[in-house]
Design a protein. Structure first.
Length: 265
């Protein structure tokens, strides 16, 4: 496997607060990595640095060997990085199909005049967008009406639509922020299958997730953060047994009390 993403000594400070403090990890093509940690550990700040929403105060973020730290979000997206959000960022008044189509306009080659005059190039691009949107909706398993406004869908139905829009951007690296939040058991099982199928496309998948059962089942490697720092990295079995991880999640270890193992539930 080749390194798709390399994060080295990443730092993000807000005044005197170090949200990310020396984070280092990598993600390979065709691999699923989880970044976990208690609330406030710096996980989302790290995602925001990788995707250009924050300009890091130190360190490097390399995509396929090229440093993208500090670039504009649009430029990073065009380079092959895409993400979803814990709070869905869909267009409520647009249809399911048009929400996915909206993710493709970086790649169609249209210009302003094409859109105004509906040139042949515009028509070809729009037909391509529609075909691709249906493909990715099929891929994520969406079987509902694709012409209805997004606001008509349940939260659990909207999640795969957001993922399909992210995939339609031709991502080499997909960042998923709390993809299982708000999903029922059946929807989580579908999500597990979907994440693995995305991995099988050769995409590097990095996810933030609080559902430890899901993390332990789907991840090939886990990076653990606490107070902005990386405190552990390894396989699910290695991380689950790491004393620093247990302490971060469960508080100071008490030898007289038997604590539940990380991921049991």
């Amino acid at each position: 496997m080749s390194a798709m993403l390399e994060v080295t000594d990443l730092k993000m400070a807000f005044g005197g607060v170090k949200a990310v403090d020396g984070l280092t990890f990598s993600a390979n093509a065709g691999e699923i990595i989880a970044v976990i940690g208690p609330n406030g550990a710096g996980k989302t700040s790290a995602f925001n640095c990788i995707t250009g929403f924050y300009k890091p105060t130190g360190g490097t973020v390399k995509l396929k060997g090229e440093d993208i730290a500090g670039r504009r979000p649009a430029d990073i997206a065009h380079a092959g990085v895409t993400r979803t959000f814990q709070n869905l960022r869909l267009f409520n008044d647009m249809s399911v199909l048009d929400n996915v189509r909206a993710g493709m306009h970086l790649y169609g080659g249209q210009n302003f005049l094409d859109a105004i005059f509906h040139t042949p190039r515009y028509k070809r691009s729009e037909a391509m967008y529609t075909e691709e949107a249906h493909y990715w909706l099929d891929f994520v398993g969406y079987r509902g009406n694709r012409g209805v406004p997004i606001r008509n869908l349940s939260y659990g139905q909207q999640k795969p639509v957001e993922i399909s829009r992210a995939l339609a951007r031709k991502a080499d690296l997909l960042l998923l922020d709390e993809p299982a939040a708000g999903l029922n058991h059946s929807e989580k099982q579908s999500l597990l299958d979907l994440v693995r199928r995305i991995r099988d496309l050769g995409t590097a998948v990095v996810l933030i997730e609080h559902d430890m059962g899901l993390v332990m089942e789907v991840s090939e490697r886990i990076v653990v953060m606490n107070f902005g720092k990386e405190i552990a990295e390894g396989t699910p079995a290695e991380v689950k047994a790491d004393p620093a991880v247990i302490e971060a999640y469960l508080g100071q270890d008490d030898e007289d009390e038997e604590e539940p193992a990380l991921g049991d539930a």
